[in-house]
Every structure is written in C-alpha cells, then in structure tokens.
Design a binder for this molecule. Structure first.
Ligand SMILES: Cc1cc2nc3c(=O)[nH]c(=O)nc-3n(C[C@H](O)[C@H](O)[C@H](O)COP(=O)(O)O)c2cc1C
Length: 349
C-alpha cells in the first residue's frame, strides 16, 4: 500500500489539499483499501471496558461526518474518532482553509468545524453494520448563544451511539472556544455534561498545546475532582516556531512534525499532574512507531495521528504497529500498559 501511495503522491500534491482530502474519503468509501492484518497481542489494551486491538487511532477532523469510520478501522487503526460535530450543520470558513507545509511535514488548517450536523452523524453511526471502536468528538456551533448547551446536545444524542465522547474545547478556529478551558467555565461545562450523562459512555476532554503557565494545573484539578474519563493531548497549535514552508504565515492550527515536541511535553506534564489516575491519549506529530512508543512512554495509554497520514499514506498504520511491537519487545514489555508513563518520572514531580 505504501508503494502505491508514493506513486500517487506527486499527483495528489498537485491537488488543492481539501480536494485531495475529499478524494481520499471517496477512495475509502469504495471499501477497496483494507489491510486484513491481525495485530500482535502485545499491542492490545483495555480501557473504559473497551478492547483495543492496537493503540493507534485516527484523530478527529479527518472524518468529520462519520462517512468512513469502518474503512478507517479496515486500514488497521485500533479505533477511529469522528467529528468534530456541531448540533447544527455549518459551512466552516471560506476556502482555501487547509494548507500543506511540505518542507515542515506539517499542515495548517482553519476549517472552522465544517460539518453536516449532529443528526446526520448520529444516523450514520446508528446504521453501522460493523463493530470496532468509534469515538465522537463534540464541538459547538460558531454562532451558538450557549456553547455549553451545544456540547450537552451532542452528549445526549450520542451517549448511546458512540464508544466514547470527546469535549473539544481546544480548536483554535472557532473564536473564543479555547476560553472554555478556563477553570470556572470548564467546571461548569463538565458539571452540566456529567449531569446529562445517563449511560456509561466515557467522557474525555481534548486540550490545546498552547496552555499558559498554571493552566495545566488548574485543569488537572477540575478534571480530577470529577468523573471525567480521560484527556486528549493535544489539538493543533497557534505557535509558528522554526517553520520554513511558503504557507507558514497562514492563519489556523498547525499540526504534524512541528507539534511533536510541545504536545509530548504537555503529555508528560499531565501524566505527572494526574499521577497516572487518568488515561491520556497522546496526539501531535506522530509519524513513526518510535514516536508512538515515545508518546506511550511519556504517559499515553492510546495514540492518535492525522497529519503524517497526508504525507505517508495508509501504509503508515501497519508500519507504526510493526515498529511499536518490536520496540516493546526489545525493551522487555509483554504488554503495552507496562510501558505507559515510564519516561514521565514520578507523579507530582
Ligand atoms: C485538517 C484538520 C482538521 C482537524 N479538525 C479537528 C476537529 O474537527 N476536531 C478536533 O478535535 N481536532 C481536529 N484536528 C486536530 C487533530 O485531531 C490533531 O489533534 C492534530 O492534528 C495533531 O495531530 P497530528 O500532528 O497527528 O495531525 C484537525 C487537524 C487537521 C489537520
């Protein structure tokens, strides 16, 4: 599969990034891209009562409308996160709004939560024939008067349908959204969501890598005081350090290789703050098995990626899993969970 993608890449590059993305969804929709591999038992893990065959998931934003979750699982991902979805459909920002930074192995996007809305997504998930873990990432409409109510609507509609739910308060492309990470508002948001939860659906919070001093500590305190089930670290960044590509000045969230260091540092920090009491999903710049392994050693129980798929194609998933299994074996870890957080140092440090 990797060889085919290398052949197709020069052509894909000629397309505008959003057109190429659409094309990839249509290709997946045909169901022709499947990797019928069984995963090494060492990669299996159990979290929130769910059995993951491997810890590598596709991050939110690729399949915003849950058009192809089963095709993504068929590529070898251990789970798929769809969304972000908002209660009402919305068009997002004007195009162009997605930019490749090839020399930096990065992407800048300012999509602005373009999606077909909660109802369409819920119906698609309800119509699924297959099993396989699918989480849904919840957003808020840009023009919403009560953004917290938007997340509550998402939770109510999807708590019986999704394997887990994510509260995304960290997209940089909806003005003011990241303010929901502030201590008091976050407490209110989580309390209203937890009060509306009537099923056992795990509820996770997705954070920005651009938190400032003291914010991680405040967030950890709010989250640990409540039955929140996990954190996803992290979303895209507004930072622009060290970029060389022509499109580096575009507005939006930066993902891919330049996000690796800051998102991994924040992951380590949260692993220490939470003392291993809360499962963390590590995301940001993962492009190899070694990097997936580093996220796990930094404190991630699960890993996600998106941008590396743009540059390496679907063969990446199998490569990462093979490399990860070999690294675990070489270091004497019989199971993945033994390796979680071994590099993060003691809790509270
Ligand atoms: C085009 C694009 C759209 C995205 N849309 C969303 C989204 O709707 N919701 C969300 O929580 N994250 C979204 N993300 C962020 C990713 O889920 C992920 O957190 C980020 O890209 C870092 O991972 P990566 O470096 O492997 O891409 C998006 C990322 C990209 C590149």
């Amino acid at each position: 599969m990797g060889g085919l993608y290398r052949l197709a890449w020069p052509l894909l590059r000629l397309l505008d990034a959003e057109t190429a993305h659409r094309l990839s969804i249509e290709v997946l929709r045909t169901g022709l891209l499947r990797t019928p591999a069984t995963d090494p038992p060492r990669l299996a893990c159990r979290l929130w009562g769910l059995d993951f065959a491997n810890p590598i998931g596709i991050a939110a934003g690729y399949d915003k409308d849950a058009e192809v979750p089963d095709a993504l699982l068929g590529l070898g991902f251990g789970y798929a996160e769809v969304g972000s979805v908002t209660p009402r459909p919305q068009a997002g920002n004007p195009r162009p709004r997605l930019f490749r930074l090839i020399e930096d192995q990065a992407v800048i996007n300012r999509m602005g939560f373009n999606n077909q809305g909660l109802e369409r997504l819920a119906e698609r998930l309800e119509a699924r024939q297959h099993r396989g873990i699918v989480g849904v990432n919840l957003g808020a409409n840009r023009d919403s008067e009560d953004r917290i109510a938007d997340y509550v609507s998402g939770l109510k509609r999807l708590q019986d349908v999704a394997d887990y739910l994510v509260v995304n308060v960290s997209s940089p492309n909806t003005p003011g959204l990241r303010d929901l990470q502030a201590e008091e508002v976050l407490a209110e948001l989580l309390d209203r969501l937890l009060a509306a939860r009537t099923t056992a659906v795990p509820l996770l919070l997705k954070l920005s890598p651009d938190l400032t001093e003291g914010e991680p500590e405040a967030i950890a305190e709010v989250v640990l005081a409540r039955p929140v089930d996990g954190l996803i670290i992290s979303n895209t960044t507004l930072a622009r350090d060290g970029l060389v590509s022509r499109q580096r000045g575009q507005q939006g969230g930066l993902s891919g290789a330049p996000l690796w260091a800051s998102s991994t540092a924040l992951l380590t920090h949260f692993h220490r703050l939470c003392g291993g009491r809360l499962p963390l999903i590590g995301v940001g710049g993962v492009a190899s098995g070694r990097q997936a392994y580093a996220k796990i050693r930094a404190g991630a129980s699960l890993v996600q990626l998106y941008t590396a798929l743009v540059y390496q194609g679907p063969g990446l998933v199998g490569r990462i899993k093979r490399e990860l299994a070999a690294l675990l074996e070489a270091d004497g870890f019989a199971t993945l969970s033994e390796a979680v957080g071994v590099d993060a140092g003691p809790a509270g440090s």
